[in-house]
Write a new protein. Structure first.
Length: 373
């Protein structure tokens, strides 16, 4: 007997009882978004105590209850499965495992933190086309991603390094930007280990699984890097303006980084900044360490999502059309504002009070709202 998917049973029994996401979420003391994910296949292994309670609320008979619990991966010791016909017995197979698939991440994300899981990343098609275009051929080019605070720069860097694992993506999410295998190294200048030349390079070498403990001389460590890059490698440097202000990362260090970028054809840099390249050059001059590294970058501006990209994100939620349109307009299509407003709506009761709360919350992001004026 073919096992019916849990999501299909959820939809079937909810329709029969004329139940909706709000009602069921309230009775089960769950978020509405959780019920939405149950009936759309977003959660393959829900909590069994909640599934049993749901079966009770939906008034399932013993056979329905058994099938419902089995589809959710929840054994039902109080129920017996219906007898199989001879034909069903002959076609039943055992794959050797009753272990359900692990739950995927919440899509879209409703966090205000940078996105890490690539399945939660939406849009940026034009920017990604340009970025990956810079790395399709040797020598690799260097890219600077510039955008206001909370515009999604760190999320973009995380996406660049994790997008290539097809198993971690949404259905039909693009992943064929580049064909061959690359090395990806993530550097955050907020990390205390990145604040001295030798510790910076040692961390990079460690990420590349290269020797990194034989010297405290950062020039020797740089030579190890230069001698051992055999396949295309991209160093992703978040918050480069912070790096420029670190006293131990001086003019000599940045000059040497430029030399590495120029002389190692398979090495590319991608940096993020809230400041334009011109502003970064001025900052370096003010710090009395003019950086020759800055002028090797081509810059890519990170603005809001396109309307189509924002609609794709909202289309993965259980929002009504009216709520989605309101969020689209008031978020101005900035990813973090879309996520904030989605979370507030999905966690709120019916009514309009959530809109006031949402507008108050997004006032905390003046850099985004002001940049869209």
């Amino acid at each position: 007997m073919a096992q019916v998917k849990f999501a299909e049973l959820m939809k079937k029994y909810m329709q029969r009882e004329d139940s909706n996401d709000d009602d069921l979420a309230r009775q089960l003391k769950l978020r509405r978004e959780t019920i939405f994910r149950w009936r759309t296949g977003g959660i393959k292994s829900p909590k069994c105590d909640k599934v049993k309670k749901c079966a009770q609320i939906l008034r399932l008979n013993p056979i329905e209850r058994h099938e419902f619990l089995m589809a959710a991966g929840c054994p039902d010791p109080d129920a017996k499965p219906p007898a199989l016909t001879p034909e069903e017995q002959n076609t039943t197979t055992n794959n050797g495992s009753n272990m359900p698939d692990n739950d995927g991440p919440v899509v879209p994300a409703t966090t205000t933190r940078p996105i890490i899981h690539p399945a939660q990343f939406f849009g940026r098609e034009d920017q990604l086309e340009r970025i990956f275009g810079a790395w399709k051929h040797v020598p690799l080019e260097h890219v600077a991603v510039v955008g206001p605070k909370r515009s999604g720069k760190t999320s973009l860097l995380n996406y660049l390094r994790f997008i290539h694992n097809e198993k971690k993506l949404r259905d039909r999410q693009r992943h064929d930007w580049i064909k061959q295998e690359y090395n990806w190294v993530f550097v955050d200048f907020d990390n205390v280990h990145m604040r001295r030349p030798e510790s910076f390079l040692r961390c990079v070498l460690k990420e590349l699984q290269l020797p990194n403990d034989k010297s405290d001389d950062w020039t020797e460590l740089a030579e190890i890097l230069e001698d051992n890059i055999k396949k295309p490698t991209v160093i992703l440097m978040d918050n480069i303006e912070i790096g420029l202000q670190l006293p131990d990362l001086d003019e000599q260090f940045w000059g040497h980084m430029r030399s590495l970028g120029n002389n190692i054809s398979k090495l590319g840099f991608c940096v993020t900044s809230r400041k334009s390249l011109d502003e970064l050059e001025k900052l370096a001059e003010e710090l009395n360490k003019p950086s020759p590294l800055i002028n090797v970058f081509g810059d890519i501006e990170l603005g809001p999502l396109t309307e189509a990209e924002a609609r794709e994100l909202l289309g993965c939620t259980s929002l009504s059309k009216a709520d989605a349109e309101w969020i689209l307009e008031n978020s101005q299509c900035w990813p973090v504002l879309l996520q904030v407003l989605c979370r507030i709506r999905l966690e709120s009761e019916e009514g309009e009070d959530w809109k006031k709360e949402g507008l108050e919350k997004i006032e905390r992001y003046p850099d985004l709202l002001d940049s869209s004026q």
